[in-house]
Design a protein around this ligand. Structure first.
Ligand code: FES
Length: 106
């Protein structure tokens, strides 16, 4: 367990803690975020990683945080790819971050 795991997440809220709670499921695990959070904020306030790299070079936590670098892809339960840094959480959302179906084999 690293320092971020012990503290609850890589990111820590310093304000706006009164927004309504939103519950979602990430890789089968229930987590809680706040209304208006992006998926990236939801994941990194609940843990120390965003996803596994599809290129086998380890865990990722996003890079640009402004929907430009494509380092934060996650997948919905329906298999739709979403940028975690620019997708707002929704109640009941189900997200997959590992063993993602991209890039697809042809
Ligand atoms: S972190 Fe760069 S696109 Fe999301």
């Amino acid at each position: 367990m690293n320092e971020a795991s012990r503290a609850g997440g890589l990111l820590h809220r310093v304000g706006e803690r009164e927004r309504p709670a939103v519950r979602l499921e990430v890789d089968g695990v229930a987590i809680e975020a706040l209304a208006g959070d992006t998926i990236l904020v939801a994941l990194l306030t609940n843990g120390a990683r965003l996803r596994e790299s599809e290129f086998g070079d380890g865990i990722r936590a996003g890079f640009c945080l402004m929907a430009a670098c494509q380092d934060c892809w996650v997948w919905t339960a329906a298999g739709e790819r979403r940028r975690a840094c620019s997708t707002i959480v929704a109640e009941g959302m189900k997200i997959t971050t590992g063993k993602a179906p991209w890039p697809r084999q042809r």
